[in-house]
Write a protein that binds this ligand. Sequence first.
Ligand SMILES: CC(=O)[C@@H](O)[C@H](O)COP(=O)(O)O
Length: 324
Amino acid sequence: MIVMSQHPVGDTAADAVGGVAAEIDELVIAGRGYRSRLLVGTGKFSSHEAMRASLLASGAQIVTVALRRVDLDRAGAGDVLDFVPAGMTLLPNTSGAVDAGEAHRLARLGRAATGTGLVKLEVTPDPRTLAPDPIETLRAAELLVADGFTVLPYCSADPILARRLEEAGCATVMPLGSWIGSNRGLRTRDAIEAIVAGAGVPVVVDAGLGAPSDAAEAMEIGADAVLVNTAIAVADDPVRMARAFALATVAGRLGHLAGPAGASVGTGGATVASASSPLTGFLGALGAVAPAAPSASTAPSASSASTAPTASAAPRGGVGGGAG
Ligand SMILES: CC(=O)[C@@H](O)[C@H](O)COP(=O)(O)O
């Protein structure tokens, strides 16, 4: 069942997330700054009205539209573009293209019809996975850059390909979190971390983010932005879900900017527990209430010795450790 909540929404990211968007830094793509780090798609909504309300609630400033869905002659009324809120940056995409030549042709038609040189490059020849073709994507990127486009390529989560796309002149790289429309979340986390570490252009995690927490996770590990369509469009309440993604994106960015948690969580975290309270110092200060020595029956056997905590696995809080 689709329900449409009636939230009072404005038309900026700050309105959509109650002002907290002002706490994060701007996203800069091809020299232009954006307050919102959530990009949204326009497919799969139950109606154009639901789409428009959700776009507003998301606070997104960049919205992607499949060129195949656009009335390129702009002859008829009621086209999807008529429902994109004014002021949003339109990012036409080449969804449906199966090779570089087709992507280039679609992009040129789109530029003629919409007047924008921005293009989200998608080359997905395999209908089962909609996996981006890395070779055709790179070829298409080279063609489009040479033709004056500002290219934002949807790509495999591959650090080498990301570097090659950046070298080809792309304005961002947009590695997938999981298959388009799958809502499977951030399945490519390790690769995204490697891409973030090496990228000189914004990294936008695109596709498969199924819950707001997925967006937050991508942002925490250092992605510059996320692009979400299906999870918002198919939610029971797409407007509320759009707001949730907006808030999660800001929260994830704040978590990343805050530093230490992102650093430890982002590298996979520790594999042993680390006490949050300073156990040793506390007991010492009380006059050492020493734990009872293990009885013979409870003492670790030789065979279990490998599981006993070692010095290196001791809690990092340690003697006189920090606040609990
Ligand atoms: C709309 C768009 O560009 C999609 O191709 C994009 O990859 C979003 O994916 P999800 O629908 O999985 O969010």
